[in-house]
Design a protein around this ligand. Structure first.
Ligand SMILES: *Cc1c(COP(=O)(O)O)cnc(C)c1O
Length: 480
């Protein structure tokens, strides 16, 4: 593909962009129960305008754009106050992954300064911790020690204690976890960190913003924020339940010395000096302005009202879905993220069937003690959809009962056993064909692919996914 030889008109360009969206998930109907964080059209339009008005300003250099420094400091201060430490310091980042990466970088570099005996730094993670921790450890050269969780999918603090070695630098807890929506026993994890002289990070990426509101609405929630003795950092996404535009999160620290370890400076070249607080260097002021706009337009009372809608819809959905097709909630969540498993029907068929009925619910593969589940992130406008969703699930469960499943799983397990876990290319080819994958074309129903992924060992899942995505990101002329 070549750059168009001649510029096109504004209407033409924008029209083409819109046309490209034809097959995207349409979130505006309120039937998408993952990926989308929407506070309503009015809030969206304020955020969009604010974002656009700061699109070109470059947050690379806060001395040239004092407005961006001010926006960042104000947003961080609001989040610090929201999360239990008026005087915390922090940074605005592009998302939860970057906030977590930076928290781990700070921990690593802080250990380099303060604990010279640590040569292979380790991080202790409950197995419900977000994949972003594994990714960050991979990028930063840290070891992870993964610990089991209890029957309610909350961290097992004794297991974490047992995983600590003389190389451990950081303990992690989630408030709440993505997969099961539950808050780890943060006071106990932080207490353990304090006892052992370790750092403690709380992943509040998805739960941190809403939990204080859920608590004000009467939900029973353990202390989880920077006010808990021993918690040294927390991450919290504004682009989830802060309803900012994507590209907005914060990482906060109680101790400025820890945040200093996050900062990267380089003057060993002859261009402009680099002093970066975050991974990105040149970056738009748009996400800052968008987050500022969301916080100011919605306000504390606006967020409380949205949280009440989410909590109410989540409770109704939890009650409504229970029992349909043998669905049962896998956890007792504090908030608005729900996970359901079933021993009667394939949850992967349910995902496909729900999609045919206009609802997007997210499949989650089995892992450790968790069975495969359906995930629903319940958004503020879910209330009016509850009855329709429950009815669609009832139909989906009936349809799912009639669909074949289990054969791909059985063949996968047999092959894995035969090869002692090390599947070759021919094996994967056979399994993919069995799942209906031809070349890079996915079947219209994803249940077979999900069943295959679910049955594979983790390393084989990852290899298969990487290969698929490597093939996906190649331009091809669309079929005429
Ligand atoms: C979403 C999420 C993350 C990662 O955040 P991104 O913004 O997607 O990078 C980390 N932890 C939890 C619990 C999350 O829900």
């Amino acid at each position: 593909m070549k750059i168009p030889a001649h510029g096109r008109s504004r209407a033409d360009v924008l029209g083409t962009l819109d046309a490209y969206r034809a097959h995207d998930l349409d979130w505006r109907d309120g039937r998408t129960f993952a990926y989308v964080y929407d506070a309503g059209e009015e809030a969206n339009s304020v955020v969009r305008d604010a974002f656009a008005s700061f699109l070109v300003e470059n947050a690379l250099d806060p001395t040239v754009y004092p407005s961006l420094l001010r926006l960042e400091n104000e947003i961080v201060a609001m989040m610090a106050s929201h999360l239990g430490a008026e005087n915390a310091v922090g940074s605005f980042t592009s998302g939860g992954t970057e906030s977590i990466l930076l928290a781990l970088k700070s921990a690593r570099d802080h250990a380099r300064r303060t604990r010279p005996a640590v040569i292979r730094p380790e991080v202790v993670l409950p197995n419900t911790a977000h994949a972003a921790f594994h990714k960050a450890a991979h990028y930063l050269g840290l070891e992870v020690r993964v610990t089991p969780v209890d029957a309610g999918f909350r961290a097992d603090v004794d297991a974490m204690r047992a995983a600590i070695t003389d190389q451990t630098i950081l303990l992690v807890g989630s408030a709440f976890s993505y997969a099961h929506g539950v808050v780890d026993p943060i006071p106990a994890i932080a207490g353990l960190a304090r006892e052992k002289g370790l750092l403690c990070h709380v992943d509040g990426c998805i739960g941190g913003f809403v939990l204080p509101y859920f608590r004000r609405l009467g939900a029973k929630i353990v202390d989880f924020d920077l006010s808990v003795p021993g918690v040294t950092s927390i991450s919290c996404d504004l682009h989830k339940y802060g309803f900012a535009a994507k590209g907005a999160s914060v990482v906060l620290y109680n101790d400025p010395a820890l945040r200093e370890a996050q900062i990267y400076a380089c003057s060993g070249w002859n261009g402009y000096t680099i002093v970066n607080t975050t991974v990105q260097s040149t970056k738009s002021g748009g996400p800052l302005a968008g987050a500022f706009a969301a916080l100011h337009f919605l306000g504390d009372d606006g967020y409380l009202a949205l949280a009440e809608r989410m909590l109410d819809a989540a409770r109704r959905l939890r009650d409504g879905l229970r029992g349909i097709g043998g669905l049962y909630p896998t956890s007792d969540p504090e908030g608005n993220l729900l996970a359901f498993a079933s021993d009667e029907v394939s949850v992967f068929h349910l995902v496909d069937e729900m999609r045919l009925r206009g609802f997007y619910v997210q499949p989650q593969l089995s892992f450790a003690r968790s069975p495969a589940t359906l995930h629903l992130s319940v958004h503020p406008f879910a209330g009016p959809q509850v009855d329709a969703l429950v009815a669609a699930m009832r139909e989906s469960a009936e349809a799912a009962r009639a669909l074949p499943h289990g054969a791909i799983r059985a063949r996968t397990h047999a092959l894995v056993a035969e090869r002692s876990g090390a599947l070759g290319e021919a094996d994967l080819g056979e399994l993919l064909a069995l799942a209906g994958v031809r070349g890079d074309a996915l079947p219209s129903r994803m249940a077979s692919v999900n069943e295959l992924l679910d049955a594979l060992p983790t390393a084989a899942r990852e290899a298969l996914l990487a290969g698929y995505v490597n093939a996906l990101y190649v331009h091809r002329e669309p079929a005429a």
